[in-house]
Design a protein around this ligand. Structure first.
Ligand SMILES: [Zn+2]
Length: 679
């Protein structure tokens, strides 16, 4: 699941394609003018102008951290999941092993809150007892391997990854992990906000251990031990922005090399446990981390490792334990780190975890009910239009040689769009899911996810697999498969609206499609060739030109901040920002192409077609975000905050300046010498 360049917060979706314009426009609507803030000047702050009134009138709900029409649509989709799940839970005749029984009993068990509360932390007790009974590090490593089976992926993670050098093949991947805070910088940076986060983290760890039965002294000591151990691991981690370079994490490793890298881990046992042969092709993403982990294995007292394993069991399973654990987990991760003031209602959390662990069983029902078959066809057509526009755009670049252009054309020709849902569904029939054992159901679901991933290792790539579930309101590009993927969950208003004019659809889902296509040619995607190989296909001078153009975008975003001293890291958000800039440009190009040979569409509500296009992007992307979540994003998220996803790309486009007749010195017009132009 590495290397998915998602839109993240892109909620919601898409049915009918773009209708022919002109005559039909009279029955189709334009943008929502009531959402505009007309007191704002579009040439000064387009984020405020395009969606300011909507944000004022729709404050972020207590349980949410981001809010906009597309976030609202994403939450509404969960009500559809709830209907499906309640019906399945009520069906007493569903055959055992059927999707209805599996999702119905999972959801029913999750909703039986009084039973979950009555069990307290009893479900974790067998795990804690095993840890307490271990007498040496090898025994603890055995428990760690069992924890990997249930998605407690610490202190390292083990899974499948497509081989970037032999893209028809899947290798084993060992990835750095081990931290409970969101990123290495939280452990290492001196700024007050990180220092505070470390202190709050320690308080949180101690609170969880007290809930699990420890006395105050033991709980406080556990917190200090965890923070100290994780800080040492954090020092060995690469920085988040550096991790974006696929070459930095490309380390083909043999079993013997792995043993030499981390001799204090019993790899023979571990591979036996995973049922993976030792001669498997393998990648270790961060060797320096594995060396530090090995030092910790030999130097930390075994008592510290016991505390460490208990903590990560508690931390990753707390949402499925009784109310006090759920509340303490929310108060740190949801409230303190992200800014929500209330936890989501239980039914929503239950629907979300069903989707997470049993995604295809729920997704199959979702698409049967809510995804019209014609939607797939129409979206495919729009993707074809966008790919054609991207082709024209690349061919028009004067700085790129014919040789590199030819390779880029090969890459576009092999782009594989996936739309709606997979052709083949996963089979859950062997899963044991019971109405009276929610925690064990969660472990069964997690075990399924892990096995489903590991069974791919050492085999040819299955190109039909999806990295997101069908109801997901998001999209992604995967450079290894050179595919763009749009789950059914994103194909609905406001991303795509069959009742809206072309300008609005091209400005919303059109830019989203363009964004995903552009990921194939961002700082990361451009390093993969048309077959998904991590291999340079650029001439030296073209590559230098491309990198200089990308550096312009990184500089632009380095200068954006959310509060004094808290800036975007241009290198971290570079791929997404190239995606947004390319997406806006290519979608506008595709929109214009779609108008060729037709009468120009009329102005609506006083806005020209181009103005409608830009407003659609501003509204689609117009999230309000809690400041706590913005701070978290600055640190860990490759996506810029919504405001800069609107202002950043549009202020680079001469087409925007022309559409709004902005003066050359307007805030939304970057000076000529600073204007960035990649695709
Ligand atoms: Zn993206």
């Amino acid at each position: 699941m590495h290397r998915l360049c998602s839109l993240w917060a892109l909620l919601s979706f898409l049915p009918l394609l773009v209708q022919p314009s002109s005559a039909q426009n009279f029955s189709l609507h334009g943008i929502d003018v009531s959402d505009l803030d007309r007191k704002a000047d579009p040439c000064n702050d387009f984020f405020e102008f395009s969606n300011g009134t909507w944000r004022t009138n729709n404050p972020i709900p207590a349980s949410m951290t981001h809010w906009s029409k597309r976030w609202a649509a994403g939450e509404t989709s969960k009500e559809k999941l709830k209907d499906i799940l309640e019906a399945a839970a009520a069906d007493k005749n569903a055959p055992k092993g059927s999707n209805e029984q599996i999702i119905g009993d999972y959801y029913g068990a999750c909703m039986d809150e009084s039973r979950v509360n009555a069990r307290g932390m009893e479900p974790l007790k067998p795990w804690f007892a095993r840890i307490d009974a271990a007498s040496n590090i090898q025994e603890l490593q055995h428990i760690m391997a069992d924890m990997h089976d249930i998605m407690v992926d610490h202190p390292f993670a083990f899974g499948s990854q497509q081989d970037p050098h032999k893209p028809a093949w899947v290798l084993a991947d060992i990835a750095a992990s081990g931290l409970g805070l969101p990123d290495r910088d939280y452990y290492l940076k001196p700024e007050a906000r990180f220092k505070e986060a470390r202190e709050k983290y320690a308080v949180h760890i101690a609170a969880m251990f007290r809930l699990a039965g420890s006395d105050d002294k033991t709980a406080g000591d556990a917190a200090q031990t965890i923070v100290a151990m994780e800080s040492k691991l954090a020092q060995a981690w690469l920085e988040k922005a550096a991790l974006r370079d696929p070459v930095a994490t490309d380390h083909n490793t043999t079993f013997a090399q792995l043993q030499a890298m981390a001799p204090h881990i019993d790899w023979v046992e571990y591979f036996k446990h995973q049922q993976i042969p030792q001669d498997v092709d393998m990648n270790v993403d961060q060797p320096k981390f594995m060396q530090e982990l090995d030092r910790r294995m030999s130097e930390e007292p075994i008592a510290n490792w016991k505390v460490y394993l208990k903590w990560h069991l508690l931390d990753t399973t707390a949402p499925y334990l009784s109310a006090p654990f759920v509340e303490e987990d929310f108060s740190f991760n949801g409230k303190y780190l992200s800014g929500a003031t209330e936890n989501k209602p239980r039914w929503k959390r239950c629907a979300e975890s069903t989707d997470q662990f049993l995604g295809d069983a729920l997704g199959q029902k979702y698409v049967e009910k809510y995804f019209p078959p014609e939607a797939k066809e129409r979206v495919q057509e729009m993707v074809r239009n966008l790919l054609a526009a991207m082709r024209d755009d690349i061919l028009s670049r004067p700085w790129m040689s014919d040789d590199t252009k030819e390779k880029a054309m090969a890459k576009i020709a092999t782009f594989n769009p996936k739309i709606g849902y997979p052709d083949k569904w996963k089979d859950y029939s062997h899963l044991e899911i019971r109405r009276d054992a929610f925690f064990e159901d969660v472990l069964a679901g997690r075990h399924f996810v892990e096995e489903d991933d590991r069974q791919l290792i050492g085999k040819p790539v299955d190109r039909g697999r999806w990295g997101m579930t069908p109801p997901t309101s998001n999209a992604y590009y995967n450079p290894l498969l050179n595919e763009i993927v749009f789950p059914a969950g994103i194909l609905q208003p406001p991303a795509f609206d069959s009742k809206a004019v072309d300008a609005v659809n091209y400005g919303a889902i059109g830019v989203v499609i363009g964004h995903e296509i552009s990921h194939g040619f961002d700082d990361e995607g451009a390093q993969y060739d048309y077959l998904g190989r991590l291999r340079n296909w650029w001439t030296d001078s073209d590559l230098k030109q491309f990198q200089a153009r990308a550096a312009c975008v990184a500089d632009q975003f380095d200068n954006y901040f959310i509060e004094p001293g808290v800036h975007h890291n241009g290198k971290l958000v570079l791929g997404e920002s190239i995606g947004d800039l390319g997406g806006a440009k290519v979608a506008l190009l595709a929109y214009r192409k779609s108008l060729e040979g037709k009468p120009r569409p009329p102005d609506i509500d006083g806005f020209t077609p181009e103005q409608q296009f830009f407003i659609a992007w501003g509204q689609f992307r117009g999230d309000a975000i809690r400041i706590e979540s913005q701070r978290l994003m600055m640190q860990t998220d490759p996506h810029p905050v919504a405001k800069y996803r609107v202002i950043g790309p549009l202020s680079n486009l001469p087409e925007f300046q022309r559409a709004w007749s902005c003066k050359a010195d307007a805030a939304m017009v970057r000076p000529e010498e600073k204007r960035c132009d990649v695709w």
